[in-house]
Design a protein around this ligand. Structure first.
Ligand code: DX5
Ligand code: ZN
Length: 221
């Protein structure tokens, strides 16, 4: 009876037409907008920040915006993204000096808070903060780029994360990010994920000129 959410990652969208891209993917059935923030320091790539989030809100996007911070340091950007209209804010625990404080800053700002785990980052970071977490995001690729292949060992890690969530009795979303395709999403769901990020699988679908190009991939998900 778990509800599933699809979160297209705008990292693979056409940035020159971002508002339209987000409108089209939401019209095709996307539930939340996954917003990848990269700083050329914590990860070797540079993307978008709070001004772009604010611009999407001004454009009229009302769907939840799921801000995935791949930045170091973390805390200063939390306030900026709260002001810019973020719904979820997640960060990598290794990138924060004070994990509990960063989670609390996000919650104090009225957003949902989450931790992101790289493929080799242990879930033990959750041990003392489970009560401050609304989302757990497992990376199934190393962060920094779209279009990489799903790392199969993530399935066991999903099962472990699902056990931790069930044992906590709390309402915590379990999100997966990296290499999610129509071909593997069922297996990923069976391992316990309920929220699915997909970048290249969505935004590289169909032909550029077709305004309904995302309909069929969203239906297949
Ligand atoms: C990678 C990002 C992902 C990325 C996923 O660092 O966090 O959100 O956009 O892209 P795909 O779905 O193409 O693997
Ligand atoms: Zn992401």
């Amino acid at each position: 009876n778990r509800d599933f959410l699809i979160a297209p990652s705008i990292l693979s969208a056409d940035f020159a037409r971002l508002g339209e891209e987000v409108d089209n993917v939401l019209a095709a059935g996307a539930d939340i907008v996954h917003f990848d923030v990269m700083d050329n320091h914590y990860v070797p790539n540079l993307t978008i920040g709070p001004m772009v989030c604010e611009a999407l809100r001004k454009h009229g996007v009302t769907a939840p915006v799921d801000v995935h911070l791949m930045v170091k340091p973390v805390d200063r950007l939390i306030g900026d993204f709260i002001d810019a209209g973020a719904s979820y804010i997640t960060f990598h625990p290794e990138a924060s000096e004070h994990i509990d404080r960063s989670l609390q800053l996000i919650r104090d700002g009225g957003c949902k808070a989450g931790l992101v785990f790289n493929p080799a980052t242990p879930l033990a970071y959750l041990d003392y903060v489970m009560d401050k977490v609304d989302m757990i995001l497992l990376m199934s690729v190393n962060p920094g780029f779209g279009g990489q292949a799903f790392i199969p060992g993530t399935l066991d890690k999903l099962r472990e994360a699902r056990r931790r969530i069930d044992a906590s009795g709390r309402d915590i979303r379990l999100e997966i990010d990296g290499g999610v395709k129509v071909e593997n999403i069922a297996e990923i769901a069976r391992a316990g994920a309920d929220t699915f990020v997909a970048g290249s699988a969505v935004f590289k679908a169909g032909s550029d000129s077709d305004p309904h190009r995302y309909d069929s991939v969203m239906r297949d998900f």
